[in-house]
Design a protein around this ligand. Structure first.
Ligand code: ATP
Ligand code: MG
Length: 138
């Protein structure tokens, strides 16, 4: 089991000014920041990131949303990082997310759900390499 995961604070949460509060929750939950940056995805790069969803009906909406504003991407480290971070962020649909989770607190809808978390160790590695070079990971 790897100890790293990849997160993005999505454009909705960035625009609402929740980045600081979200990072505070992440750090207080015991995650160490290995790498972090602010950037804006193009529709092409957002499509590449979410390539697995290309055939889904919501793909166009997802890519438009993810390239609609700046995001913060970060690699996070903790024992059991992937499952523990998915627990911290809550269900994909904020209406179904548990109390106290980041999506329950900061997300408004299924499409605009504030934050991303890798769903496997394998994808955590691929997604970390998507955003960061070896020189940016500490
Ligand atoms: P993420 O990968 O962003 O962490 P997730 O793993 O919880 O989210 P996925 O199934 O990977 O959920 O879906 C990726 C993203 O696509 C979701 O976060 C959500 O914003 C969007 N999405 C998923 N299902 C729908 C849907 N039915 N309608 C609209 N948007 C959706
Ligand atoms: Mg996912």
């Amino acid at each position: 089991m790897s100890n790293r995961t990849l997160t993005m604070i999505k454009p909705d949460a960035m625009k609402k000014g929740h980045a600081g509060a979200i990072l505070d929750k992440i750090i207080k939950a015991g995650f160490r920041i290995v790498a972090i940056k602010q950037l804006k995805l193009t529709t092409e790069k957002a499509g590449e990131f979410y390539d697995v969803h290309r055939a889904r009906p919501f793909f166009g909406e997802l890519v438009e949303f993810m390239s609609s504003g700046v995001i913060i991407a970060a690699i996070l480290e903790k024992e059991n990082a992937v499952p523990d971070f998915r627990k911290l962020i809550g269900a994909t649909d904020p209406a179904k997310a548990e109390e106290g989770t980041i999506r329950k607190l900061f997300a408004s809808s299924l499409g605009e759900n504030a934050i991303h978390g890798s769903d496997s160790d394998e994808n955590a590695k691929i997604e970390g390499d998507f955003f960061f070079s070896a020189l940016e990971k500490f």
